[in-house]
Design a protein around this ligand. Structure first.
Ligand SMILES: [Zn+2]
Length: 485
């Protein structure tokens, strides 16, 4: 029997604002516990919220980047529940009139290109953070609370149940992250919790029309965890189906990273249990055409179109184009190099994907922290194309540029790295090397071709790698021919 897995995601994204959703407290991270709080985000009686316009701007930005309809009037509601990290006893969210509806994200999956529908995007506020002395609140002697995060603005992006495998869910999340970073909506740091996702997952027999009962899986803290948790959960639900004991009620489960399994938390709450009602302290926000137009005009070129353009305009291979466009600072660097350098764009992407990414990983830094300037790489490529340095020496120059931020001309001059193309000089060195290694010449004459490579290596060594390898080869060949005769 074949089964189909149906997945929809609820993605929580912390917005990149300087202050919180309804007060002026800073959103910086990390900070001493409870130092970034005020009567509003602590929910003290009588405190009144004032909405942060930047949060609305970023909500609209996310909506436009995901092809959504932007609501002309968005409103805020209260979602009531009790937990110590929620000081007001309710969360400010949007239930009845979210900021965006009905959009889509186009994604190339291994099974083909598809649109994943976005059902809605709503704004809401973050809760505080609790630290329990034990495993959970029930079996702890005490819990500590930090309200620094309380009321930081979030958007929740809800997809339709359009994903068909755990791998697709993971790849969708990766694509979404790139878009949200590009547009400056969020810094999307999963490890710091600024990007999180819950997944609704169900399985059905292939050909069935009706959806099975779903489970909501929480606590997935990395893209890899999303895939692993959903794989586990799909397998578990298929086994239940095969035993004729499918899920009877919708349930919420948590991914246990240590034991690699999903664990039952509770049966899923119904919306009415939260007793949503309009927040009387916050006025509806009217969003007019000019507001939307202003934001649309400022949207950067999105990764999808960049990828296509790199293939068309720069003739980059698909993989290079995908990798470079996946990071905004990397893409900007790539394009900046090409402003100075009119050679093959593929030369530029080779250096970025190869040596640059390797050094960045090695030094454990972020792309935007590098000292290397795009003009410097452009200049180095020109010098390399002109044959002033060999490609081997270029690697040395590149590393030096990476660590010091110096210009290539200066590094080459200071360290005397120009390529030697002086035929007379190379000829002398070739003759000397041959005189020093009579055994290699004997080997060569007796048919060991490897001996020639050894001699080339010796010439390169004598010149500290600076001899033009083409010239070395030609001259050595000539000298060896002479001996044969
Ligand atoms: Zn505050």
């Amino acid at each position: 029997m074949k089964y189909e897995t149906i997945i929809g995601l609820e993605v929580h994204v912390e917005l990149k604002t300087d202050s919180k959703l309804c007060c002026g407290c800073s959103t910086k991270f990390p900070a001493e516990p409870n130092t970034l709080t005020c009567p509003v985000c602590l929910g003290l009686p009588g405190a009144l919220p004032v909405l942060n316009k930047k949060a609305i701007d970023l909500g609209i930005t996310a909506g436009l980047a995901l092809n959504c309809k932007i609501s002309r009037e968005c409103k805020f509601d209260r979602k009531q529940y009790f937990y110590p990290d929620l000081p007001k006893g309710y969360q400010i969210t949007q239930f009845y009139a979210p900021i965006c509806r009905t959009g889509w994200l186009k994604k190339e999956f291994p099974t083909g290109r598809r649109r994943i529908r976005i059902t809605r995007i709503h704004l809401e506020e973050e809760a505080g953070r609790s630290y329990h002395s034990g495993a959970g609140i029930i079996d702890s002697d005490y819990s500590l609370l930090d309200y620094n995060r309380s009321s930081i603005p979030l958007i929740e992006i809800v997809t339709a149940p359009d994903l068909r495998s755990p791998r697709e869910a993971k790849e969708f999340m990766e694509e979404l992250k790139i878009i949200l970073e590009y547009t400056g909506v969020s810094d999307c740091k999963m490890e710091e919790g600024s990007l999180r996702c819950d997944a609704n997952i169900s399985v059905r027999r292939q050909g069935d029309r009706e959806l099975g009962k779903r489970a909501e899986v929480k606590n997935m803290n990395s893209f890899r965890a999303v895939e692993a948790a959903l794989e586990y959960e799909a397998k578990r639900q298929i086994e239940l189906l095969e035993q004729n004991t499918p899920l009877e009620s919708e349930e919420t489960r948590a991914w246990d990273e240590g034991n690699r399994e999903t664990v039952f938390m509770r049966f899923k709450e119904k919306a009415y249990e939260y007793r949503y009602f309009p927040d009387p302290d916050l006025l509806p926000v009217i969003i007019n055409d000019d507001w939307i137009k202003g934001i649309r005009n400022k949207l950067p070129e999105l990764p999808n179109s960049k990828r296509e353009r790199y293939i068309q305009e720069f003739r980059l291979p698909k993989d290079d184009a995908a990798l470079i466009s996946s990071s905004k600072p990397m893409a900007e660097f790539f394009e900046a190099v090409l402003k100075d350098y009119s050679g093959e764009p593929k030369n530029v992407s080779n250096w970025i994907i190869g040596d640059l990414v390797r050094l960045i990983n090695q030094e454990k830094i972020e792309f935007h922290q590098i000292k290397l300037k795009p003009e410097a790489l452009g200049q180095m490529l020109k010098i390399l194309d002109q044959g002033v340095i060999s490609s081997k020496i270029a690697k040395t120059v590149f590393e030096e540029m990476f660590y010091t931020g110096n210009k290539p001309e200066i590094i080459i001059k200071e360290q005397g790295l120009e390529q030697i193309s002086d035929v007379q000089l190379i000829q002398e060195i070739v003759v000397k090397v041959m005189a020093d290694h009579p055994q290699s010449i004997q080997d060569y004459l007796s048919g060991k071709k490897k001996a020639k490579s050894f001699l080339v290596g010796q010439v390169m060594k004598e010149t500290k790698g600076k001899a033009n390898p083409g010239i070395v080869n030609v001259l050595l060949e000539k000298e060896l021919e002479k001996i044969k005769e």
